[in-house]
Design a protein around this ligand. Structure first.
Ligand code: 44T
Length: 875
């Protein structure tokens, strides 16, 4: 956090001392004048002036703190939001620092400062504020919700998975014990996380253990854990990236063993090659020469090496997230969009460094997959060989031929690896292993109507670029002819080819000859969730139906009004606003619907799509769909304030329809949704609508160990004998997002039930709490309540966020203390709405005494979970 405050704080203290006690008459006079100025400031909404005067008053006369605290807070929040809008970040933080000097224990100010820090991207600092606010008042719901939100960012969920993976923990422990036994007793743990591997080394008898961790939150957590395990004096942890470590500043001398698990699903994405090159050059003793020398005088790395495997797959679920699979949606022809691609397989993304793969568990992909090749060993990497590591970064791309064994659409290369920790202990992240690991998925771009065939060969290029391992299927070899998939020179075959080659040829030629007049030099890039949204036919078709219905009804209403007034139809267009986040074609669909609905009038569509490339794509689609330029406008971009965003230009005019984007792809309602709906309602013309008009939340009871594993370190047994769980479990969040309920390993303990209604059109129908009784249909442990939404565009048209081609994932409240239930039991699910955020709790009803009503079985038997998005969802 900006640490500029110390000097001004000293100056303020000095000023305060010089001013003298508040009892002096001159001071009293000043205090009362200033207090009056502060009040006037508030009255005239001059919050900057008011804030300065309040500061003066409360510094001079602290006795007034009690009476003035409310107005002071109000002034602070108002002034802070003005400073925020003006981008005066330093001033804003300065105000909060001054406020906290006066009210260091005011949890509301502390929490609010955290919210500003979070918005500015200072996540660690924000977390510290939320944590502090919670310590000050443990039942402070907003601070708790904020803490959960930031926890998701700070402590990634895989930390829980890794700590719950006993076999992985044990294998690392065995390898470390072996190395220490052999005499490698000075150890550095790179990327220590919770400190577990460093503690293993110490416990195994290492004489000196050092550790580094680049995440501040994880570093602090590691310090806490190491202390709690009585090793604070024997493990020295530094908060830095290993690449910045120096001898003797950070560690006294070179070590004989580096242990690290800085590997992601794509093996190299956490920068292990770079870290180990640096470690070999600066932190490790030299490797053992051919002739055996004492292990204490030489260096070694755990893991010793890795072997990379890959196979080609056909998988509709991967396809719909990375390629445009439909040629039209909701009456719009999309063919002009060309080869839309996701950032993951985009050839160029302006200046940004994207991981060239996404990650998922192959076994959990919706609809399964078909293996088109056998798993193929692509490369070996020796982490104990500096020359090899250096060569990897500079080495030319390696090419591997992989035989196709099954016919199918080539959607992706899936990759995993084996980590040889040492000669005896091996971890595999393969799809058939029972581990916590996901696999890396490299989507392949190519024509959708083209299938690879048995006896084809794939040419796969393997390289190491920007710390990532890149796999690219560059060509298909069929009957000794090579057909390039990457558009490289000399690849596309002659047009006269016939038979199977002809088919392949024309498909590939099609890939490279998308020469629409407007096609840009590079394909359009959309987020995976935006591509799967475009592929969601049901969603767009439903909108089309609802939009047509609305335009027809508005048209006929106007017609009858027009005939009363002027004796004819109205030429005033319908104004439709789409405030969807990210890329959306709904505005264009509305404009297009205006063209189709003869007689009902034309539509002026307003899109809030922000990115230039997205606007270009919409303009292009407008053009190819016959929508005139002036029928589609872009605006509302860069406006923070919703009330301004929703106001139509020429504000006496009103909207015929406002399309709100209610549910984030991760499965949560958008923040501020109900407030936005309230604003939107006031801006509608007579008979106008908000889309959707209503959202119904559904949920069910399930038993799922998989979800528990991701949410907290399970069980009471210490992890490898260490006390870690209580510390990391502090970052447990009650709501899980981005679930795929279709493939989640779980058993259903009840039928789905309706849990809550959100009325966006009819404010009078809204309520804040609702309880629903759910009958248990199978015995088990209720560990989670997954939930999803039925989105009603109007009374007759709805879409579910839990359907086959949904671009939405689902979310679930996870109960850390499961409810033990039997068939026929009743569980009461209570949902509460607060600030557009829903929270859910589950209580088992006691069987024997139904007359007593629901009984809570201890504190944690009710799940507390705010489920509301934070806008940070990613594919
Ligand atoms: N997750 C895999 C990736 N670090 C593991 O800050 C497997 C994902 C995964 N510290 C599901 C399942 C799984 N110097 O805390 C992190 C990171 C830190 C460093 C100091 C460095 N050079 C680095 C590099 C990274 O190391 C810790 C572990 S990284 C492990 C990544 C369970 N989804």
């Amino acid at each position: 956090m900006p640490g500029s405050a110390a000097r001004s704080r000293r100056a303020r203290r000095a000023r305060r001392r010089a001013t003298g006690p508040a009892e002096q008459p001159a001071t009293r006079e000043l205090v009362s004048c200033s207090l009056e100025s502060a009040r006037q400031g508030v009255l005239h909404q001059d919050y900057g002036t008011a804030f300065v005067h309040y500061l003066l008053v409360l510094n001079l006369a602290p006795v007034l703190k009690d009476v003035a605290s409310e107005s002071f807070r109000f002034t602070l929040f108002k002034w802070a939001s003005e400073l925020h809008a003006l981008g005066r970040v330093q001033d804003l933080l300065g105000c909060y620092e001054q406020a906290l000097e006066l009210f260091p224990d005011d949890e509301v100010i502390v929490n609010s400062m955290g919210e500003h820090l979070f918005r500015m991207g200072f996540r660690d600092e924000a977390a510290a504020q939320f944590h502090k606010a919670l310590k000050l008042r443990p039942d402070f719901a907003e601070a708790r919700e904020n803490f959960h939100r930031v926890s998701n960012w700070l402590v990634e969920r895989w930390h829980f998975l890794m700590l719950n993976d006993h076999s992985r923990n044990r294998l690392y422990q065995l390898a470390i014990e072996r190395a220490v036994r052999q005499g490698r007793t000075t150890v550095l743990d790179i990327g220590t996380g919770t400190g577990i591997l460093g503690m293993c080394a110490k416990k195994a008898g290492a004489s000196e253990v050092f550790a580094c961790e680049l995440s501040k939150t994880m570093y602090e957590l590691a310090c806490e854990v190491v202390q709690a395990n009585g090793m604070a004096d024997s493990i020295q942890i530094v908060h830095m990236k290993s690449l910045e470590m120096q001898i003797p500043r950070d560690i006294p001398a070179r070590v004989s063993l580096v242990v690290t698990e800085t590997v992601d699903a794509g093996l190299l994405g956490e920068g292990i090659v770079e870290s180990l090159i640096h470690a070999w050059k600066h932190l490790l003793l030299p490797p053992p020469p051919e002739s055996r020398s004492s292990p204490s005088q030489t260096g070694r790395v755990i893991p010793a090496s890795a072997t990379v495997f890959a196979m080609a797959v056909e998988c509709p679920d991967i396809r719909r997230h990375h390629r445009l699979c439909v040629s039209a949606v909701g009456g719009l022809d999309l063919s002009a969009a060309g080869d839309v691609c996701s950032p993951v397989n985009s050839p160029v993304v302006s200046g940004e460094l994207w991981e060239p793969y996404s990650t998922d568990r192959l076994s959990r992909l919706r609809g399964g997959l078909t293996s088109l090749t056998h798993p193929c060993r692509l490369m070996d990497i020796d982490f104990n060989n500096l020359q090899e590591l250096e060569g990897l970064c500079s080495r030319e791309t390696a090419q591997v031929r992989v035989p196709v064994v099954e016919d199918g659409v080539l959607d992706a290369l899936a990759m995993w690896f084996q980590l040889q920790l040492d000669q005896e202990n091996i971890i595999s992240t393969g799809p058939h292993e029972d581990t916590c690991w996901e696999q890396a998925i490299y989507p392949v771009q190519g024509p959708l109507d083209f299938k690879v065939q048995r006896h084809d060969e794939l040419l796969v290029e393997v390289s190491c670029q920007d710390t990532y391992l890149r796999l690219c299927c560059v060509a298909v070899v069929r009957d000794s002819q090579t057909f390039r998939l990457d558009g490289a020179e000399g690849g596309v075959c002659v047009a006269s080819a016939v038979g199977p080659e002809g088919e392949l040829c024309s498909a590939l030629a099609g890939l490279h000859t998308h020469t629409h007049t407007h096609t840009p030099p590079h394909p359009f890039t959309l987020e995976c969730s935006e591509i799967s949204l475009l592929n969601n036919l049901t969603y767009h078709d439903s909108f089309r139906v609802a939009m047509d219905t609305l335009l027809t009804s508005l048209g006929s209403a106007r017609g009858s009004r027009g005939s009363e007034v002027a004796g004819g139809g109205s030429s005033e267009p319908f104004y439709v606003l789409d405030v969807s986040e990210g890329f959306s074609v709904l505005s264009l669909m509305a404009a297009r619907a205006g063209l189709d609905s003869s007689g009902s009038g034309s539509v002026r569509a307003y899109s809030s799509v922000e990115k230039e490339q997205h606007q270009d794509l919409l303009r292009l689609l407008a053009h190819t769909n016959g929508v005139e330029e002036n029928a589609l406008e872009f605006w509302l971009t860069h406006v923070e304030d919703d009330s301004t965003r929703l106001q139509r230009p020429g504000s006496e005019k009103l909207w015929s329809a406002i399309i709100l984007d209610c549910i984030e792809p991760c499965g949560l309602t958008r923040q501020g949704l109900m407030e936005k709906a309230t604003l939107a309602r006031c801006l509608l013309e007579d008979g106008g609508r908000i889309f959707p008009e209503r959202i119904v939340v559904h949920g069910l009871l399930v038993e799922s160990d998989a979800l528990l594993q991701e949410s907290a370190v399970q069980g009471v047994a210490p992890t490898l004998g260490f006390n870690i769980a209580p510390f990391i479990n502090h970052f447990t969040v009650p709501v899980h997002v981005f679930l795929d309920l279709n493939t989640l390993v779980c058993s259903h303990l009840s039928e789905p039930v309706e849990l809550f209604d959100l009325h966006l059109m009819d404010s009078t129908a809204n309520y804040t709490s609702r309880s629903t009784r759910v009958r248990v249909s199978a015995p088990g442990r209720v560990t989670a309540i997954p939930f999803w939404y039925q989105i009603y565009l109007d009374t007759d048209t709805s879409v579910s966020t839990f359907c086959a081609d949904s671009h939405w994932k689902q979310a679930a409240v996870v109960l850390q203390r499961p409810l033990l239930v039997n068939t026929g039991d009743w569980v009461t699910l209570s949902v509460h709405l607060h600030n557009s955020s829903l929270s859910i709790s589950a209580v088992k009803e006691q069987r024997a005494t139904p007359a007593n009503g629901p009984v809570k079985e201890g504190d944690d038997d009710h799940a507390q979970g705010g489920f509301n998005g934070d806008g940070g969802g990613a594919c």
